[in-house]
Design a protein around this ligand. Sequence first.
Ligand code: ZN
Ligand code: ZN
Ligand code: ZN
Ligand code: ZN
Length: 811
Amino acid sequence: MDLPVDEWKSYILQKWSLLPKSIQVTISTAKTLNDLFLHSSPLLQPEDEMFLKRLSGGYLVGKDPDASLFYREKGNKKFQEKDYMGATVLYSKGVSHSGPSSTDMSLCYANRSAALFHLGQYETCLKDIVRAQTHGYPERLQPKLLLRKAECLVTLGRPQEASQTISDLESNFAAKATLSASQFQILQRTLCRVKVKVQEKENLPEIFPEALTKTFEGVDLREENEQIPSASSSVSLHIDPLKGRYLVATKDILPGELLVKEDAFVSVLNPGEMPPRRHGLESKWDTQVTNGDLHCHRCLRRTLAPVPCDGCSYAKYCSQACMQQAWDRYHSVECSLGALLLTLGVFCHVALRSALLARFEDVDKVIKKLCGEMSNQGICLPESRDPAQILKYDLRGEGEKKDKAVETPIPGCDINGKYERNYNAVFHLLPHTENHSPEHKFLCALSVSALCRQLEAAGLQAFTTDLKPTKLKAAETPVLCAELNVWGVAMLRHMLQLQCNAQAITTIQQTGSKENLITDTQQVRLATALFPVVSLLNHSCSPNTSVSFFGTIATVRASQLIRRGQEIFHCYVLAKHGLSAGPHESRMGVAERRQKLRSQYFFDCNCPPCDRERQRPSAGPGREAFRCHRCRALLQGDDVLSCGGPACTESLGRGLLVSRLQDLQRQVGVAQKRLRNGRLELAIQLLLECQSDAESFLSADHSVVGEIEDTLAQAYAALGDWEKSATHLQESLRVVEVHHGPSSVEMGHELFKLAQVFFNGCAIPEALNTIQKAEKVLLVHYGPWNDEIRELQKMKSCLLDLLPIPGGPKE
Ligand SMILES: [Zn+2]
Ligand SMILES: [Zn+2]
Ligand SMILES: [Zn+2]
Ligand SMILES: [Zn+2]
């Protein structure tokens, strides 16, 4: 998804392997990105572009009235099945495929408004009714729509507007006599309700995302850093020849303190799995729900009723305002390139968008900087400094980093030493050019070249139109080509930077069936973004911060006490890849983690936990140990494990135990599937078998043991047996604590579940106690605007209402 599709990747690798040795050497040994680009780009032949075009042709990104009809009919089917959520998404897909102001579009909006009405989203429903009307909703169907509008207004406690709508409808009806008998009945009923509501003056508040947005925007840094906007004054920026740039605490920082609150410089919504259409299949259009169906293309907020771009079917927005902003800043260029960008991958898309956004800063300066790179051996020139010195720094920065030079300015900062969240900062994120393989660099260079050719062919003066026309008047067509090369180099740089600097914006998605009363959550990847300030944090496998997201905004909080002078760390491997946050989803093993840091981030981790784990004899039993089936003592050893029990001589091959473990995991998977399908008794039966099987050969702290307990808890909760559910959840909680520690985010999610179980079971003291613990842990990681914390607070106030008043007779 990040990199180009496999077909293009293998095509380019094939092309690389067929290149004459001398050209391979020239490209492999290119000293600068400029050389790399200029030597690779001419190798992109027309037939390569044709091949790429064929690949892109598989993606359906344009408007298609047939698709609109198809999705509307599918939506109607869901609607009849009373799956209003499913219907809403399908109508949205229909909307995005309809041409602006077409009957198709108005019908999709109108149908979506009906689904939203059933979902209780009255405000959004009203918006869709207006949209249906402005896009030419057929006259003969109007009464139906107006009735819905009136009903919404009644429910929202706006009786005057409802009366107005009804009288409009009545006059309409009198004039045209278009109402059927049944509609007339509904009209009468609605009218009665309006009259009643006027008397009651009832006002039902709607739970609306705006409320959450406000809460979040209220959360701010206690004191903003003068050197690094978006960071708190509790940190300061340093540079070290070995470590590069890093942040240090300037005072003691308490757990939960907000250290960074930063809006992404650039972010691109991950399209999700979007397989290219294969012709000849039964249906050309898939009905799968992806990120792009549920989140705004620009601000990433969740939206149930997106509005589509007028020019394509893949960009959908939460509002007209977001659409306009996206159009002005980048989508006017990207709109027609949708299929190509899906083929070339998210990194290429982020690279293009970064370059497009750079236009909004001082274009001259940016161009000069880029030209500076093109003509210079160095990487980039911060202004007003001795070039020789900078060059020395840059070589160190990219290479050995031997001697120390305190006087050198920190890269990415302006002349006053201020690190701004701007293109200059983005440009200075390290591309690690020398660490990427020549094949990879060639793939990136040709992908960017293909993109540049498309921009050129489309006549999109992408980087010059509409912006500072006076300054760029001189740059006419011949210059444009040269300029496009400059931007090509910039985009190549971004593509290479992204491997180490891209931040996955993740979101918590609720999993499990609707009937399931305790929510299980999963962390999913929503977008790929660049955050220049967050990027200043170095990696540790046991970080002292937690990163979370709200839309395109990242927040970094201290997850533990950080003493003055200590470095601020976060964990690249966890945060950047949106691994599942399920408490038993075992985080990567040490070897796997170190391998990943080496291959993706190009360094050997020497953080304290890594050192500790490396020094521990590999044979020692860890938390994930097996145990002896005879005496229950833990087994030790590498390939052959022997029992550590005092009078036991049992020994077993590791392979045997591992395959037994895999069998068990498969069984647990089957049980979870049964649970999802609502076959609760069968799920429990299998889980209890798994539990006794696990007991016979796994240590009590094994993550699979925890997972079984957690699943049992869910199954009992679904049955309404809260007591049993709580018992199993407490077992699961014990395992989570062993693995992740008492104040880990995993612990927070598990405590949240336990609080829900106690709450539902009306175990008031236990519930209050657990709510308090969960709140404490989650607050540190997420801050007060988190959904789960708000839910906990609601539960708490509800429970406190049930308790006898303090100071009452009980005291
Ligand atoms: Zn938006
Ligand atoms: Zn578009
Ligand atoms: Zn480490
Ligand atoms: Zn034994």
